[in-house]
Design a protein around this ligand. Structure first.
Ligand code: 3HC
Length: 692
């Protein structure tokens, strides 16, 4: 039974019951229509209360139906029936009400929400726009400004905000359905409110404001089309009748449904869900974790500590340097105070979070920790010393994780007598904000240790991706190829600003040289020195970044790097000095600089990422292509609307990608040796880059 009904004293309670998220699939839509038929037939029914079973009201349209032939009744028609019902309709919004779920609530005459209900129209995050009247009804209810913000950001709001802006009529103190039933009885005594469709236009209709908003939106969307298309539909509320506005909304919705961006974003949506299911770990029992020890109170250690405290764990943070430790603790407590000041948490929450964190002066105090995460400097000998000390003091069941970004964790594990308990947990900075967590599967890692990392990661609200041991794991290994191509392009004839612009146009927030200026050129310099002893002599080496480093151009922090900056302004400005260094370097290597067009820049960088991703897959460092996509999208700013590099490769066509890789290989065989998996997929005419 996807929709159940219950009549109580003249009020029909309709409950959507489609676990796990009450999606509005065909059976639910039919169920609602049948319930509305009951209302037509039975004159004793005086009001309808519509709610969802379980914790949610409804997560909206059934995403699994997208791309298939739609089955009648269509949601807009169902909602039009609901809106035109001859009796009072009240949505009892018991929990999340998203997309088509909120559109359903908007088609009721009134809305009562539980205190924990969240309401939003997240369609733009799927590359779509609301397609069942949301863009037409919401602005008529709460005004164009609030509605445009909700619709174009896709961000949900809580019940308190919803009541403040008039999206809901009341917040239930107790049972939301009972409150909605009483509310309906009250309203039966008064004159009925007009349906939203009867309102001519939003009360704050302002085309000039919309124009300004659109300009800002275009600047923020980095090439993503759906927010701008959604605004186009919102605009119709002031320019067209309700009926024509609905038609306009539907046309735009259908356009978006056919777009590659929609495919990329839906891929990202399902990839995130798939990340929760690590097949080979199914059935493995994670260890019980109450206390997490963190070694190192620098930026990473502090971020990890904040995330762990917020995830409900007791945290013991250690640093042998007393000043670093006390500064670290202060930063942790300040972060909770900031959340309090911004209204994200209550004072009681801030106190609880603060009480979870304890500072410890020595590793030797970590005897009780169930999981110990090391975040000290990236030096093998230092890490080995830490792990060997841990081995002596930690309890036998403790699990050890290194937060290294590059180092060989098998070697670190070998410094202990319990290598099966040693894994990697590679957080991204700021660790309390970035959602990605690479969990590194060492050679001897036990399933229990890995399952524990996955369970802890999930409690920290991370997207867990399992990776094998190799230099840079998934993300930094691919990033290296990206960076190398950027440097080669500059030495061949492009300028950093060309490369950065093309990557921004592709959808990255920043290009590689801007990122380098932000991070500091010293970071890359230290990395290259680390690689000096292991770099393959066949690898083309571009020393331009070293030259800038030697000129003390460390990026934004010194006011100059790949660009120059005026004090207090982070806008990169082209610097003739850098162009001089670049030209001199090309000439020193006898490279005749040539015009490099945007297509070449884009293809060399993105195809290098794809080829490396395919090698990572082929070697089993990643077990699924979607894991690589998740890493690049959530850790490295690859545009989610392109799905990630592996999905993007499938969209382009693997044959096209391989042909280009082979063409580039003729100029630089070492950088461009094609992945065997890519070659195999093309040979066997497989259209998806995946290990089988
Ligand atoms: N349709 C179909 N399946 C859905 C779904 C939906 N709208 N939303 C979630 N699911 C599935 C997930 O794929 C997952 O399936 P799995 O167990 O097989 O992997 C399962 O429901 C549970 O989802 P989560 O793991 O995400 O559960 P959470 O509790 O973490 O989150 C949620 C719940 C906040 C509702 C989250 O699932 C979510 O954000 N869903 C998408 C909401 C959305 O984007 N709605 C708009 C849809 S488009 C639309 O309505 C168009 C309309 O305007 C016409």
């Amino acid at each position: 039974m996807f929709v159940s009904t219950d009549i109580e004293d003249g009020i029909l309670v309709i409950t959507i019951n489609n676990a796990p998220v009450n999606a509005l699939g065909a059976a639910v839509r039919s169920g609602i229509v049948e319930a509305l038929d009951m209302v037509e037939r039975d004159p004793s029914i005086k009001a309808v209360v519509l709610t969802g079973a379980g914790k949610l009201f409804s997560a909206g349209a059934d995403i699994k139906e997208f791309g298939k032939t739609l089955i009648k009744p269509y949601l807009p028609d169902v909602l039009s029936r609901l809106e035109n019902s001859k009796v009072i309709t009240v949505a009892a919004v018991n929990g999340q009400s998203l997309g088509g779920g909120l559109e359903t609530a908007l088609s009721c005459r009134y809305r009562v929400a539980s205190r924990w209900a969240m309401m939003g129209l997240p369609e733009v995050k799927l590359g779509l726009i609301p397609g069942a009247g949301g863009t037409q009804r919401l602005p008529r209810l709460i005004g164009i400004k609030e509605a445009a913000a909700m619709i174009t950001s896709g961000k949900p709001i809580n019940a308190m905000k919803a009541v403040e802006i008039g999206l809901v009529d009341a917040v239930a103190e107790n049972d939301v359905v009972e409150t909605a039933v009483s509310f309906a009885r009250e309203k039966m005594k008064t004159q009925e409110r007009r349906p939203l469709a009867a309102i001519e236009k939003p009360f704050d209709w302002d085309p000039d404001w919309l124009e300004e908003y659109k300009v800002k939106l275009i600047n923020h969307s980095r090439g993503q089309e759906s927010p701008i298309r959604a605004l186009e539909a919102v605009r119709a509320t002031g320019e067209l009748s309700f009926v024509d506005g609905l038609k306009r909304e539907r046309e735009i919705f259908s356009d978006c449904m056919k777009s590659p961006q929609r495919r990329g974003l839906i891929h990202s949506f399902f990839a995130e869900r798939a990340a929760k299911k690590v097949l080979f770990l199914e059935g493995s029992l994670p260890a019980q974790v109450d206390t997490i020890g963190i070694i190192g109170a620098g930026t990473m250690g502090v971020g990890i500590a904040i995330a762990c405290a917020a995830g409900g764990f007791k945290v013991s943070i250690v640093d042998s340097n007393a000043d670093v430790l006390s500064a670290g603790i202060n930063r942790i407590l300040q972060s909770f105070q900031r959340d309090l000041a911004k209204g994200r948490i209550t004072e009681a929450d801030a106190n609880i979070l603060g009480s979870r964190v304890t500072a410890m002066a020595s590793i030797d105090a970590l005897t009780d920790a169930d999981l110990i995460i090391e975040a000290v400097v990236e030096k093998m000998d230092v890490k080995k010393a830490v792990f060997s000390r841990l081995d002596r003091i930690a309890k036998p069941t403790a699990i050890f994780a290194s937060n290294t970004s590059y180092l060989n964790i098998d070697e670190i594990a070998a410094a202990t007598n319990r290598p099966a308990s040693v894994i990697g947990m590679h957080f991204f900075s700021p660790a309390n904000i970035m959602r990605l967590l690479e969990i590194i599967r060492t050679k001897e890692a036990s399933h229990e240790a890995l399952a524990t990392a996955v369970t802890v990661g999930t409690k920290l609200n991370k997207i867990n991706v399992l990776a094998g041991v190799c230099d840079g794991f998934i993300g930094n290994r691919i990033l290296k190829k990206y960076r190398l191509q950027a440097d080669y392009l500059v030495e061949d004839g492009a300028m950093p600003s060309d490369v950065d612009r093309v990557m921004r146009e592709f959808g990255f927030a920043m290009g590689p040289f801007q990122v380098s200026d932000l991070a500091g050129l010293d970071i890359g310099w230290h990395n290259r020195r680390r690689e000096d002893s292991i770099r393959d002599p066949r690898e083309r080496y571009v020393p331009i970044a070293d030259k800038l480093y030697e000129l003390d151009r460390l990026g934004q922090k010194t006011g100059a790097g790949w660009y120059q900056y005026t004090p207090g302004d982070r806008t990169p400005q082209i610097d003739p000095v850098v162009e001089e260094v670049i030209r001199a370097e090309s000439s020193r290597k006898n490279i005749t600089r040539r015009p490099v067009d945007d297509t070449e820049i884009r293809e060399r960088i993105i195809f290098a990422m794809i080829n490396e991703g395919a090698k990572i897959l082929e070697e089993g460092i990643a077990s699924r292509a979607l894991d690589i996509d998740l890493v690049l999208v959530h850790g490295y700013g690859f545009p989610a609307y392109r799905g990630g590099p592996m999905f993007y490769a499938n969209e382009l066509g693997l044959e096209k990608v391989l042909k280009k890789v082979q063409k580039f290989e003729r100029d630089d065989p070492f950088a461009w040796s094609p992945s065997e998996l890519l070659v195999e997929c093309v040979r066997e005419k497989r259209d998806v880059l995946e290990r089988v």
